[in-house]
Every structure is written in C-alpha cells, then in structure tokens.
Design a protein around this ligand. Structure first.
Ligand SMILES: *Cc1c(COP(=O)(O)O)cnc(C)c1O
Length: 409
C-alpha cells in the first residue's frame, strides 16, 4: 500500500492500532497500576516485554501519543515526558556523566541554557559554539565528546544550525546528535532527514497547539548505533542496539526521575496533533506576510525571520524546510519606540510567554526569558532591550497586521 501523507497517518493512527470498539481516539486510561491474571506475565513485563505496570513508566494513552510522534518523525520509538524540559533533562542526565564533553549550539532556549549550566556543575564539560557553521562544531571535538546538541530553528533568534552537515559530521565521528525540533516540528523538518540520533519536540508548543497541555517527547530516529555509546548501563544492553538509548532514557528518565506525562495531558496533545499540518500552513503564511510587512516599517529596525531573503540562513531554511519558515520571529523596534508603550497598545496579540499556540503571543525578551542571563551574555547573543519575540498564531492575517500598525503609529 502507498504510504499515507502526514495528516492521514495521524488522524487514523489510533484506529489502526486497534483501539477498542473501533474508537477513533485511544481511550483515556487513568489507572495508576495494571494487574495481571498470570504472575508470569507480570514478571515478563518487568523484565522487558512491552506492557504496562505502573503509570510512572507510561500508560496506554501516553503510548498512543508516542506512536503518533514516532510516525510523524518516521522514527523507531518515542518516550513522552511531563514537559519539554523534563524530556531534555532526561536526555542530558541519563546519557552523559561527569568527564564527558557536550558540544552545544550557543543559540538556544534560555531554560535549556540554564539546564546545561546545572549539567556543567555536575562535571559534564559543555562547549558552546556557533552551530550555524559545522566547522565550529568540528573545532570543539575532544576525545571525550559524546554528544552534539542544537535547535533546528533557534528560539528566539531564529538562527538555523548547519543541521545536515553537523549530522554527517557526528555520524563520521560516532558522536550522538540531539536536535531540538520544537520550532520546526516534524512537518517542516524530520530529525532523521538531518541525521539526528534523537529528535526532541516540546509537545506544549505546535504539536499540542491549543495552549491547554504541557508535554515533551524524545524520538529515536534509528540512525545511531548505541552499541558504540559507552554510557549505556549493563541492564539496557539487551536486544537490538537500536533500542538501547531510548530504553535507558525511559528507565532512568521516567522510572527513576519521574517526569511522566499524565494520560489526561497526553489525550489533549494527541487531539491537537491531528491538525498540526493545517495549523502550521496557516501559521507559516501569516508569519511570512507579517515579517514582510514589518521589515518595511519605519519604526522597525530589524525583523529576524528565516523566510526573509535578509536572514543569514534563508537559503538553508528554504532547502531544509521546503519553503516554510515557522511561526517565530524576532523584532527589533526602533530605539525611540518605548517597548512597554507599544506592547500595552496591542489589542489582538496576547502579552504572554509560550509559543506555537493558536494565538499570536508577544514577549520582550531581555526583560523576561533572558533576564537571568545578564546584560553581557545577552549582548553576545545579540538581544537588545527592544527585541521582541513574536509567536504567530492562526488568526486572520489582516487582524494581526492592523494590530501592529495601530500600535506602532
Ligand atoms: C518551550 C521550549 C522547550 C521546553 O518545552 P516545555 O514543554 O515548555 O518544557 C524546549 N525547547 C524549545 C526550543 C522550546 O521552545
């Protein structure tokens, strides 16, 4: 049978996985524990057979969502978490140990930056590099380098790492390659297409889309040979090496660390995920139109949006993301615009953090998500006090354009 498209696959995923009574949504399972008629079955699941024991390690509802994410990424398996940060914590803290070296893009989400500082405090060496050029990653290589981390499209600066070249380089050097694909989603860029070993998605953003549930997911693309990875603990070096990495992330990240996604949130995210492609098409079109409009505006100094020819990685984005550039943009207002006055005048845009929502959201970056970093690191990252992060939603384009116009005038 011909392979179905993205949305067809997702909207029929539960039914095709044989849900009870032909239900088109996998049922919501609130059970904390799962009982067995035969004691041998109970012990078999504890010893690795697929199944459910205690909800900290997942439920049929979280498994149904994981199945959808795996299909979106065309990967080999997914583990879900309570939030994106719980998933990132699981990746870094279960796969790295003191003395290991991690190379990270320096254009990353503020909370991830802070998480990596915690990791460094525990003895993992972290080098931050400009990952828009693979040469900078290559120059940071050490014998202890275990992992390279980058965002596909950086929040909030919109830099685009040299994704494919880094993937090739990691594969040549046997280094695990972790990509945070939150801003591009599997619709614009699949992890395996850029050679990622693991692709991370915050489900709280575009995939859920409705601003009503938090979640995160790690998907194994199947490209990395975990038998070459020195930090897989003995009990997880069983069966096909392709599954070792995710098994360790699941056992240590869910069972031991406990950052588990609830069935209730998983269900809401799964419903949202059905319309990901429709929402992204609208979001990308709205965002490109607004970026073009704002780039010409006299009171705007610069618009950072990969869909504009002025963006330093515009060509790369066009090639990798099939001419769709996502919903996030950075806007630097002219120095004589009072950023707080401007924000207070907005009527349609919501003044809120978060991104990838149905609603357009705006936030002054230096005073909020990058506040803790201090002025020096902000300057290094090119974040001025008049820098706004805007996450474009699905509203009617003309309402968004008019709102910017009235607030800027
Ligand atoms: C929001 C975000 C995260 C964290 O996800 P949460 O679900 O909010 O914990 C990680 N990376 C990027 C790029 C994000 O935008």
């Amino acid at each position: 049978m011909k392979k179905n498209g993205f949305t067809t696959t997702i909207v029929h995923a539960d039914r095709r996985a044989h849900s009870e009574f032909g239900a088109v949504h996998a049922p919501l399972h609130p059970s904390s524990e799962y009982a067995f008629a035969d004691s041998r079955d109970l012990t078999a699941v504890f010893q690795g057979r697929p199944g459910f024991t205690y909800a900290r390690q997942g439920t049929p509802t979280t498994a149904a969502l994981e199945n959808k994410i795996t299909q979106m990424e065309e990967g080999i398996g997914t583990v879900s978490f309570a939030t994106g940060m719980a998933a990132l914590t699981a990746i870094f803290f279960t796969l790295l140990k003191a003395g290991d070296h991690l190379i990270s893009s320096h254009h990353i989400f503020g909370n991830t930056n802070s998480l990596l500082a915690t990791l460094a405090g525990l003895g993992v060496e972290v080098s931050f590099v400009d990952a828009t050029d693979v040469a900078n990653v290559a120059a940071a290589l050490r014998p202890e380098t275990r992992m390279v981390f980058t965002e596909s499209l950086a929040n909030p600066g919109t830099q685009i790492a040299d994704l494919k070249a880094i993937g090739d380089w990691c594969s040549e050097h046997g280094v695990a390659y972790v990509v945070d694909g939150t801003l591009t989603t599997p619709l614009l860029c699949r992890g395996k297409d850029v050679g990622a070993s693991l692709i991370f998605n915050s489900l709280s953003k575009h995939i859920g889309g409705h601003g009503n549930a938090l979640g995160g997911a790690v998907t194994d693309t199947g490209l990395y040979d975990w038998s070459k990875y020195p930090n897989i603990a003995e009990p997880y070096r069983k069966g096909k090496p392709a599954s070792w990495g995710l098994t360790q992330i699941k056992k240590k990240g869910l069972r031991d660390m406990g950052g588990t996604l609830s069935s209730d949130a998983a269900h809401r995210i799964a419903v949202g995920a059905e319309t990901l492609a429709l929402r992204m098409e609208r979001i990308c079109a709205n965002a490109l139109g607004l970026a073009q409009y704002l780039a010409e505006h006299a009171r705007v100094v610069k618009v950072h949006y990969p869909g504009l020819a002025s963006h330093p990685q515009h060509e790369r984005a066009a090639a990798l993301f099939q001419q769709r550039y996502g919903g996030l943009m950075g806007i630097e207002l002219a120095a004589d615009v009072d950023v707080f006055e401007f924000l207070n005048r907005l009527q349609v845009l919501a003044l809120a953090t978060h991104l990838g929502d149905n609603r357009t959201l705006v936030l002054p970056v230096a005073h909020t998500i990058y506040y803790e970093m201090g002025p020096q690191r902000r300057a290094e990252m090119g974040i001025s006090d008049n820098f706004l992060r805007v996450s474009i939603g699905i509203e009617d384009f003309e309402d968004l354009r008019a709102d910017f116009e009235q607030a800027l005038t």
